[in-house]
Design a binder for this molecule. Sequence first.
Ligand code: 26Y
Length: 795
Amino acid sequence: MNTKIFQIKLKQEVLRHLKYSLGKDQGHATPYDWRMSLSLALRDIVVDPWFDSTRKTYDSNAKRVYYLSMEFLIGRLIEDVAINLGFEDVARETMREFGQDYDAIVANEPDAALGNGGLGRLAACFLDSLATLGIPAHGYGIRYEHGLFEQHFENGAQVETAEGWLAQRNVWEFERPEVAYIIAFGGHVSETDGRAVWYPAETVKAQAYDAPALGWQARWCNTLRLWSAKPTRAFDLESFNRGDFLAASAPEALARTISRVLYPDDTTDTGKELRLKQEYFFTSASIQDLIRRYRSTNDDLRDLPKKAAIQLNDTHPAIAGPELVRLLTDIHGIEIHESIDIARKCLGYTNHTLLPEALERWPEHLFARILPRHYRIIEIIQDQHLKDTGSDIRIIKDGNVNMGELAFIMATHVNGVSALHTELVKETVFGDLHKVYPKRIINETNGITPRRWLYDCNKPLRNLINSTIGIEWPDDLEQLERLAPYADDAAFQEEFHKAKLENKRRFINWLSDIRDIQIDPNAMLDIQVKRIHEYKRQLMNLIEAVAYWNEIKENPTKDWTPRVKVFGGKAAPGYEVAKKIIHLINDVATVINNDSATKDYLQIVFPENYNVSMAEILMPAADLSEQISTAGKEASGTGNMKFALNGALTIGTLDGANVEIRDHVGAENFFLFGLTAEEVEERRHQPEYSRRAIEASPRLYRVLNQIASGVFSPDEPHRYGSIVQMMYESDYFLVTCDFDDYFDTQRKVDKAYLDTKEWTRKTILNTANMGWFSSDRTIKGYAKDIWGAKSLYER
Ligand code: 26Y
């Protein structure tokens, strides 16, 4: 449609929704009303490609991908939809004609924060790429009433409050009251003549809510189906009549708690009964749903693997294996060993972490109590595996049901998320199983969607790229290589630098709205944003800041490179050390930012509540990306990719996808430091390794003394005594051992930054060589190596 005509149409549609969906007239409409009306008008346009895609999928009876994930960290959608439809300018102009500020309307949308961090954001990027590539797919997850908690600081300490995205209507979803399944828990199983019948103690209903997942240029549209728990019987009249009012509302209470809130932990095993129920709840609903869909057009469930590829995003949905077996055998009458075989052919499992505390294990008694039939099926799966392989690796061991082993044994392919991580998976967590199934583990290096993480969030750079290499790159990101020849072109360098400055100004303006802080856009923006974890070593970054501050104070007239250090991220509410680190960062920031002798050279900011929308402002603005985890601990990282794609240089260790990023952008355009994964293991065996490292480094020693003696916490001098003591006695993540190399490398960064032309040349080469890290490439890999799924979209 011609732009002008479309604009008139969109204008009419927005007004129609304002009047008939919101019940408002123009004179009284709030930004919320405008946002809703615009969203609804855009949503209407999405419905056609959505129907088309669904129809094509049914007509072709093609293989579908089912991506099961406890987390989808989506962020806002309005701009994403407008851009995928190609109507961004039209939407902006339409709102302007109504006298509305389009950016403010976009910002009115709450983030859909149905995830903790990397794993959840990866799922969201994968949905985008699946739709862009035209692969028929469903995302399946939980429609949490409360997403990830909101973080606030009180006197520098993190406090959490409940997030309430569903307090407002979620415009992107369609409620499907007719799509509902019964999910059972507890009770007992009776087995007669080899036939098992499960008599559950309680049941809830899983009800579907569908949101369209639109791809680039609206060529294809998949579905994200999220399950909400509802009571099977809203009200137990019998109990009520007996006068037992509490019991009468018990089914409702259980149902509501199941999809009430996202577990706010990442990488610490919560081991809570409710979490197991959540996992089974959404997995069972999803498996029942995909079987129903399959049976609507196919007869024999033995052919399910030809039509359904089920991907498990970590072990959280690992109960999918036994659940599929249960449905095939108990409901559809297929012999159990054959069912196991069918289920395995459908399943793939992605591992996202090597940290032992993040591997899910359920106490046997708890598991058997809640899922008695599945417990029995797991025993059968285990027996068959032991018999087939002659190994002695068990799923049920030492009183626990191990979900990693279960997922591994039930999957055709197990994948790691970066080259290094995959090798470590083979050597460590699944070393034994790898020997038994040597072909099962493969690598699929993570990626990010270039639509959200460059095209949408970085308009200055988008425009420059468009005018340099054309507009084909957003779904063919390796075209960015064509920017490489311009790296030495002075005019292009200037334009590239200007785009970066514009993004930095945008960040500074945003920050000045929430903080009283003056920042020079020419200062280096050095950013570390991610969940707060000891292994990610925010503490090392902070110690380095203090050491730098000390140095500036000693020699205030030297030409120091001005830096603004930005931290962002949440700590799991129960993770005490991480919370202490947050408090320390804020305390150090208070002291350093108030030091008039150094404030032209060093400032520290830690904006509250880092989320996807904040990332969209930070990533394009960064000069330096901090990717400094202890080698061997970060499975991949994806923030590292977002920064480099947007023209930041990385200071980082040889960990996760940093290794591959460095290979792509070139070692000379990456600031490498630190021990390798192998050296880390060796070092841990040396006695007193951290004490010795501290004694060998006067700089580090001094900073630790300052922290320990209360320089940053005069109101409570011993506040950080435990942290300093930990550095001396149990520095498991080797902050102390990597510190000197890190500090020295930062000084190389300082020096490099002073040469703007050379720095810009390097940043151009980063952007130009990051195309491989598009999640489109990742999804093509999964489709070919694991799913056997094809694109149905014709160009
Ligand atoms: C068991 C439960 C407490 C749990 C909940 C969430 C365990 C783990 C998680 C989340 C893990 C996670 O986000 N891992 C990250 O996955 C990213 C995507 O693959 C990686 O880039 C990143 O390195 C990894 O830490």
